[in-house]
Design a protein around this ligand. Structure first.
Ligand code: GLU
Length: 362
């Protein structure tokens, strides 16, 4: 074959090869620039499947993380995704065992230098407790963002795909580093310490009633408007390790007019380590329940007074003498978050004054 004909024949495949290398090369370069986000899926409505597109009846946690991601292919433009199914429950079934499993896996992956941030998908019912639990024991300043949905993935106007996209976007941003655990829902970024579910059905259910949202997701970027003031993650003294298999038993007792001290007495008899009392107003118990709670303290049970009121602190030096009774006032932690904090506090100390201080710092 003549030299010129050979070159002409070889030129075309070579050109194709060079073009392909260019395409692959630039795709590789783009991927190399993208952060890697680990998605830990636990279930919830975001993974819920319903019989119809408009009914509110559905099964929580039926859809796996891989299927969730198929519904939001755009996340691949934001990050390289590593999905893991840690649990598959409705979050009303969240318990200490699953908390420990999620926390251990999170801390394990946090040590992996190839992971830049985390998204945890979760049911909205107990999202606020899991967020606060992880906020206290995750040992990393890498972004940790929780998200969920109020409408199942099969519903018309499902909010899960957008929330998942915004969560990956927030977890991918260097601006989100060192902010503790956040929850991203409905275009807003909330801090784990104050977030609470406020409405049973609305997509805008979450609020931080005391301090407002930490920021917003705007034009494809997290936009932070306030700083987190309380200790969390790397500044938190709380921790678990692979040998932690159980947490102290703490219960919540709700206050009400004409309340009966029998619930406090039953809890003490059952051998609980702590009682969070969600009292009236500034965490006030009735005279009879105050007496029962003081008796509980004498028997070695730790009592935190908090409030059934939606917002505001429960503080010492109100109508209840906390020092005399040996109670702790919860400050800005609501009953369910007080339960989380008291549980972890009891793994570190039995000193009521120290526990009181923790409620001001976390
Ligand atoms: N029970 C469900 C859960 O928490 C419903 C709440 C939700 O995810 O919206 O998993």
């Amino acid at each position: 074959m003549k030299r010129r004909t050979f070159l002409r024949l070889m030129g075309i495949p070579m050109l194709i090869m060079v073009l392909m290398l260019g395409v692959y090369g630039s795709a590789y370069a783009q991927n190399a620039q993208k952060p890697t986000i680990a998605i830990l899926a636990t279930g919830g409505t975001i993974a819920g499947a319903g019989e119809s597109e408009v009914s509110s009846a559905y099964k929580s946690g039926a859809v796996t993380v891989d299927k969730l991601l198929v519904a939001v292919p755009q996340v691949k433009d934001l990050a390289l995704i590593k999905g893991e199914q840690v649990a598959q429950i409705g979050s009303q079934d969240m318990n200490n065992d699953i908390w420990l499993k999620v926390a251990k896996r999170l801390n394990e992956l946090a040590n992996d230098p190839s992971i830049d941030g985390f998204v945890i998908t979760h049911g909205t019912d107990t999202m606020e407790e899991t967020a606060f639990f992880l906020n206290l024991i995750a040992k990393t300043d890498k972004p940790i963002v929780m998200t969920g949905a109020m409408r199942p993935s099969t519903a018309l106007g499902a909010d899960g795909p957008r929330n998942l996209y915004d969560a990956v976007l927030t977890a991918s941003s260097p601006l989100s580093k060192g902010k503790g655990v956040m929850v991203v829902m409905d275009d807003k970024i909330y801090s784990a310490d104050d977030i609470t579910k406020t409405m049973t059905t609305a997509v805008e259910t979450f609020q931080c009633p005391n301090f407002g949202p930490l920021g917003y997701v705007l034009n494809g970027k997290p936009w932070f408007t306030r700083e987190v003031k309380v200790k969390n993650t790397l500044t938190s003294e709380f921790s678990i390790d692979k040998n932690t298999v159980a947490l102290p038993e703490v219960v919540i007792i709700y206050g009400y007019a004409n309340e009966n001290p029998m619930l406090v007495e039953a809890a003490v008899k059952a051998g609980v380590k702590g009682i969070v009392y969600a009292g009236m107003g500034n965490g006030n118990p009735s005279t009879a329940v105050e007496k029962a709670l003081a008796e509980a303290v004498k028997k070695g049970v730790f009592v935190v007074r908090t409030s059934r009121v939606f917002s505001g602190p429960t503080i010492e030096y109100g109508e209840v003498d906390d020092v005399k009774n040996g109670f702790v006032a919860s400050w800005f932690r609501n009953p369910q978050k007080s339960k989380v904090l008291l549980t972890l506090a009891l793994m570190r100390t039995n000193d009521v004054a120290k526990i009181q201080q923790m409620f001001k710092e976390y």
